[in-house]
Design a binder for this molecule. Structure first.
Ligand SMILES: Nc1ncnc2c1ncn2[C@@H]1O[C@H](COP(=O)(O)OP(=O)(O)OP(=O)(O)O)[C@@H](O)[C@H]1O
Length: 259
């Protein structure tokens, strides 16, 4: 589904009762079957923007249009967070079909889609396991299967792999791409990690901080599979460097503030 974000602005009142503009002049689209990554330094408003697109928060002004028109049908959205909240008392299968159950899908549809998406994320054989019996990577897989199982119009992912160790994270990125190649869902993905952005995105939206504005939108003109192969190394690094140059100053400022 096509998504249009138009003139979105978000203001908060901080603890000192001061108004803070977290987002300003945010305009972009996500095309049908497009993977868009939001990248920027800490505090630039990435999560706020994802929450607004996901309907968890309303903008102070501006609009988000689904299907390209205002008031189009209620979109079906799935969100995957850094810490996936699986229900501890439900098995992997029961977690994955949760959204389908909520939507009143028949048992047969639940079985069919549950099996399909559990297989897609590589968890076949773990259907009856409980979350506490799984590794962090496996829990994320189960959460992704749950998000996919309802076959949403838009998939929103907020740093889904940042709590994982580096190796698991690399594997999950590869698997996410292979899943995406099969589902081709419009996706909005938030990360701090520039390499991850270049690896996954059709387009990278680079944000600046205070107020969070769009600095640049960079189409990644590399094939969607095998981007990490040696033959693309130079171009890959060129994109990563271009993005780093755009956020470098803001990232240093964010670091100073955190100290
Ligand atoms: N509920 C809130 N009340 C007040 N200020 C808020 C609130 N939520 C976010 N902010 C402020 O808005 C700005 C953007 O926050 P947000 O969490 O969206 O940034 P981010 O880019 O996702 O950060 P990070 O990468 O560190 O997660 C920050 O300055 C933050 O302090």
């Amino acid at each position: 589904m096509k998504i249009i974000v138009e003139n979105v602005e978000k203001r908060f009142i901080d603890s000192r009762k001061q108004e803070v503009t977290a987002l300003k002049n945010i305009n972009f689209t996500i095309a049908e079957q497009e993977f868009v990554v939001l990248v920027g330094p800490s505090g630039c408003g990435k999560s706020t923007l994802l929450n607004i697109v996901g309907g968890l928060m309303s903008p102070s002004s501006g609009e988000v249009y689904f299907g390209g028109v205002k008031g189009n049908k209620e979109p079906l959205l799935s969100i995957v967070f850094q810490e996936i909240a699986l229900f501890p008392w439900r098995t992997v299968y029961e977690n994955v079909v949760f959204g389908l159950e909520e939507r009143g899908a028949s048992k047969e549809e639940q079985r069919e889609k549950g099996r399909r998406y559990i297989e897609m994320v590589g968890l076949s054989g773990f259907e009856s396991a409980y979350p506490k019996q799984l590794s962090g990577g496996m829990r994320q897989r189960a959460g992704i299967a749950r998000a996919l199982a309802v076959e949403p119009d838009l998939l929103l992912m907020d740093e889904p792999f940042s709590a994982l160790d580096a190796q698991t994270r690399t594997i999950m990125q590869e698997e996410l791409l292979s899943i995406w190649n099969r589902t081709k869902l419009s996706t909005l993905y938030v990360t701090h990690n520039i390499q991850e952005a270049v690896y996954l995105a059709d387009r990278v939206i680079v944000m600046s901080r205070r107020p969070g504005e769009i600095k640049s939108i960079i189409p990644i003109d590399l094939p969607k599979t095998g981007r990490n192969e040696e033959k693309y190394r130079v171009e890959f690094d060129r994109y990563a460097d271009q993005i780093w140059q755009l956020i470098r100053h803001d990232a240093q400022e964010a670091l100073k503030e955190a100290e």
